[in-house]
Design a protein around this ligand. Structure first.
Ligand code: SAH
Ligand code: SF4
Ligand code: F3S
Length: 428
């Protein structure tokens, strides 16, 4: 039997797909392109309505002989909607159940009826995907916690990933060592609230984990996503003390208005957030930030929105993901009326993105003439003799080079746009 996995959503889904690929390969299934695969696994994301609709239309493309399994967050939260769509789905597998994928495939092969596996489990399920099952040979994902207890009023994730659970430090270190031994150059720790990690049943906290991980011989260590409400000052000390922890943090603010943050049930104010950013920058002057923002949360006034724009100006983010608020069933905010017209929401989104593009262009132009370290990620698909890499702050760098993927190069920056830098490899 051959399989194809289509992954939507965040890095945790990418990592879960790696685990599924590992389990299926261990069972003797082989990967195949979508059109030739006997089994399609759709690892889905439910975070906003639009991506969820994309998933339903993707699933609807396989009415024929192929077996179709819907896994991930839509599977977990929207079972009824999946079966109501009248698309052919053979199994629905939730976020805590993909470890059973082998048995489920056996059931389907034996001609079993459509079924679901949706229970949540409290215990961490240990599974390290082998290098062959991973999506990159350079960047290795390591899940350290899963789930969320915050219930931000707009967010479906607590319903799709369940309550927080944490992975033992020894297992995390083992996976990191495995990646280092297999030539990985970058480790990305994953969790919905990664900075809330603590040793199950123990006293160690996220800064302790990072301090220990920094001894693993990997040039860059990153972690996503940090919740500002769980920030601990010790994290800053640990980052400042270890040069292999990238000086860049994804630190979603969601809004620049304290009034809206309260309505979102975020546990920090604008000034708390700015105080943390300031503390990072005092300890590490080159520290860079990125963020997510939601535009048009119910009740957002023009003044609230302008506070978000001014937060962009104050923090000068490296990059920002921004979305128009999308009501999700079961969340608290779903009951709030959206009074703003769609056109106004769109206008605000564009205004935010334009403001951020100006900030990014200015900062990127400021780097022209400097020389920076770049991790070589892939050959440019269209331009011979060019490579695509990333800077420590996760900025895409296109540069003339023949350096092998996975190596670090010094690159002199010669040009800049809002989203990427251009450069040439330095040999001096
Ligand atoms: N745990 C992370 C967020 C995970 S969801 C955190 O707390 O920051 C990823 C992003 O999707 C969020 O940061 C938010 O900006 C966006 N998002 C989540 N729910 C949304 C909704 N209902 N409408 C629009 N954007 C949403
Ligand atoms: Fe969603 Fe909030 Fe949890 Fe992030 S912290 S996953 S936004 S509920
Ligand atoms: Fe989407 Fe689930 Fe990630 S809803 S953002 S795939 S945790």
């Amino acid at each position: 039997m051959t399989f194809f996995i289509k992954t939507f959503g965040c890095q945790m889904n990418v990592n879960d797909s790696e685990k599924i690929r590992h389990l299926l390969a261990a069972k003797g299934l082989t990967a195949a392109p979508e059109e030739r695969a006997d089994l399609i696994i759709v690892n889905s994301c439910a975070v906003r309505a639009r991506p969820q609709e994309k998933i339903f239309s993707y699933v609807g493309r396989f009415p024929g002989a192929k077996k179709v399994i819907v896994a991930g967050c839509v599977a977990q939260a929207e079972k009824e909607a999946i079966f109501a769509k009248k698309v052919k789905v053979d199994y629905v597998v939730g976020t805590h159940q993909f470890c059973r994928i082998g048995e489920i495939v056996d059931e389907l092969r034996a001609g079993g009826r459509p079924g679901t596996a949706l229970a949540f489990t409290r215990k961490w399920q240990e599974l390290v995907p082998g290098a062959a099952a991973r999506s990159s040979a350079v960047t290795g994902y390591v899940s350290v916690m899963e789930g969320c207890d915050n219930f931000c009023s707009y967010c479906i994730v607590p319903f799709t990933r369940g309550r927080e659970k944490h992975r033992p430090m020894a297992a995390i270190l083992r996976e990191a060592e495995y990646l280092a031994a297999n030539g990985y150059r970058e480790i990305v720790l994953l969790g919905q609230n990664v900075n809330h990690w603590h040793e199950p049943g123990g006293r160690r906290r996220f800064p302790d984990l990072l301090r220990r991980l920094a001894r693993v011989p990997v040039p860059w260590i990153r972690f996503i996503t940090s919740y500002p409400g769980y920030h601990e000052p010790e994290l800053i000390e640990v980052m400042a003390a270890h040069r292999n922890i990238a000086r860049h943090i994804h630190f979603p603010a969601q809004s620049g208005s304290t009034r809206i943050l309260k309505r979102m049930n975020r546990a920090y104010s604008r000034s708390d957030y700015l105080a943390i950013v300031g503390a990072f920058r005092r300890a590490m002057p080159g520290m860079k930030f990125s963020s997510d923002f939601i535009v048009g949360f119910p009740g957002e006034s023009e003044r609230d929105f302008r506070l978000t724009l001014s937060l962009l100006d104050q923090v000068e983010y490296e990059s920002v993901f921004s979305f128009i608020y999308s009501p999700r069933s079961r969340t608290k905010a779903a009951a709030l009326a959206q009074e703003a017209p769609a056109a106004l929401l769109k206008e605000r989104l564009i205004a935010l993105q334009e403001r951020q593009a100006v900030i990014q262009l200015r900062n990127n132009l400021g780097r022209v003439g400097t020389t920076i370290d770049v991790l070589v990620c892939e050959a440019h698909p269209k331009k011979a003799g060019e490579m695509i890499g990333r800077s420590e702050s996760y900025r895409v760098v296109n540069f003339v080079s023949r350096a092998p993927v996975g190596s670090f190069r010094r690159v002199k920056i010669t040009g800049a746009g809002p989203h990427s830098l251009r450069g040439v490899e330095c040999f001096s």
